[in-house]
Design a protein around this ligand. Sequence first.
Ligand code: 2M8
Length: 404
Amino acid sequence: MNVTRERAAAVLAGNWLGASTVPSRGLYPHQWSWDSAFIAFGLRHLSPGRARRELRTLFAAQWADGRVPHIVFDPATPPEAYFPGPSFWHAGRTSGLVQPPVHARAVLAAHEAEPDREFLAALYPRLVAWHGYLRTCRDAGGRGLVAIVHPWESGMDNSPAWDEPLTRVPLATGFVRRDLEHGDAGDRPSDDDYGRYVRLAAAYRDSGYQDIGDFAVEDPGFNALLADAELALAEIAEELGLPSDAHREAAARLEKAMQETLWDDGFFFARDVHTGALIREHTCAGLLPLVLPDLAVAPALVATATGPRFRLGRVHGVPSYDLTAPGFDPGRYWRGPSWFNVGWLIRRGLLHHGEFALAAQLRDDLVETAAETGFAEYVDPLTGAGHGTRSFSWTAALTVDLLS
Ligand code: 2M8
């Protein structure tokens, strides 16, 4: 076995709780939704049974309305280990927010690693309900696109694209940030960001997790991943001998709506649902539609990715934010650093669109950077230096996948 793969497997073993994996032992001591999907992509090569278990555990916490919660709290972990913990959410063992829907692809990949019809049949209706919740309850703009109601739902918490819509949200005070006990303040979101996150989450909680509040944004990353997930669901349906047209049509509708309403000047931008305006920040979320195999504008989007804003192929990974923007910060969370899940997704997109040399280069860089940084949470795109926590699960899992 390759040494890096062995080290990555050890990280995943160390972060395994028995039925799910924590993103990291100190900073994120519970189960996170999209982390678990990325983790399953790696686990399937090491232990397909553990990959299935990871996903089953997450979906066991699915709400009756179909939403898959963004955090499932581990009952054995002290509640004060993470803020906001279980008592904040008033939602039993879970939070009430969601995260990008990468799960259908992960379920399909786990099945492909070791076919298990019972697993597939059990997860299929849950995935249908999950996507159904997003498409119906979250179409706040009426454009056929999902709106996220909190920056945490994008998975890219302090993305510069959220700065403008967040100006409407007052600051909460009187809480203690547990994240700063584990992370360097310069690598994490600011106190002002946190104040707004907490206020927004509390307002959503107090509405019974129903009302679209001050923050509602159509994120191209989230919507592209949902379209891709619908395509994966179509494949799952076919595998089960069920009709799949509705899933392919849902994917096509999402792609059309993104193309018609979020695409401008060679890029996919987020839209602020309250103002109706595009948020003209170039973040890595706008590159994620590359995961869609029949994306007509792929050549133009690849040109943006390889151009001065992202310099794909000439920096480490895929920068989370425009390298030419005055606010670009190579070490601060989602405001510049390269994240491994994004690099892994973009590599898949490059393969779809015939960019084989660039995809191979990105793969080699991701594996090398992951190994050199001890599976860092994110890295400086200009130097490759690690930032955030180390022994981070999705970095390790996606490295296993790239090496398998
Ligand atoms: C980060 O988000 C959480 C809140 O959900 C946090 O900052 O505490 C993000 O990077 C998110 O994408 C990720 O899923 C989560 C756990 O790794 O951490």
